[in-house]
Design a protein around this ligand. Structure first.
Ligand SMILES: Nc1nc2c(c(=O)[nH]1)N[C@H]1C(S)=C(S)[C@@H](COP(=O)(O)O)O[C@H]1N2
Ligand SMILES: [Mo]
Length: 160
């Protein structure tokens, strides 16, 4: 039993599907222990996006990263260069997989995100339940809310 998988594909040399145990096996320098050091509101351990990139080896054509959550059909597509050195993927809390309540099993996180709807790199791009990270030359699927009303409706759905 490997548990849920995270697929990383698109414009990369080596597409992969990774399970919890694979992420736990990433080298120490690609792990962030205790993300609360970076954002006190978040907890757990993460793999740096740089570490994931080193594994899949993006092609030069990879300019956008699309985060797919098929669980609730939520998607965000962001310019890779803007997050390459700072984003990470939270996957573990107290040695266990990140719970769905916290956005698990895999949650994308960008420190210093902009307020919702103010830029391509906003809080809404901190996609929960990520099951696929897709690299592409042009922007991919993105159904982040466009205005305050859509945003309020999304959060209303989320709490149900
Ligand atoms: N899969 C998924 N990820 C998501 C969302 C969502 O509805 N589904 N909402 C986004 C939005 S609009 C925001 S502002 C943040 C909120 O994160 P939080 O619930 O941890 O505060 O999650 C983002 N990630
Ligand atoms: Mo948001």
């Amino acid at each position: 039993m490997t548990g849920p998988l995270l697929t990383i594909d698109g414009e990369v040399e080596s597409p992969v599907s990774l399970a919890f145990a694979d992420l736990a096996g990433f080298p120490a320098e690609q792990q962030i222990c205790d993300v609360s050091r970076i954002d006190p509101k978040r907890q757990g351990d993460a793999i740096t996006l740089a570490g994931l990139l080193a594994r899949v080896n993006p092609k030069p054509s990879a300019k956008y990263l699309t985060l797919h959550a098929s669980a609730d059909d939520f998607h965000a597509s962001i310019p890779l260069d803007a997050v390459r050195e700072r984003a990470f993927l939270i996957y573990r809390v107290n040695g266990e997989p990140l719970s769905p309540k916290s956005g698990g099993p895999f949650r994308f996180y960008i420190p210093d995100f902009a307020a919702c709807q103010t830029s391509e790199i906003d809080e809404c791009a901190n996609v929960k339940f990520v099951d696929r990270m897709e690299f592409s030359a042009a922007p991919g699927e993105d159904n982040r809310p466009h205005d305050a009303q859509e945003h309020a409706e999304l959060h209303e759905r989320e709490t149900k």
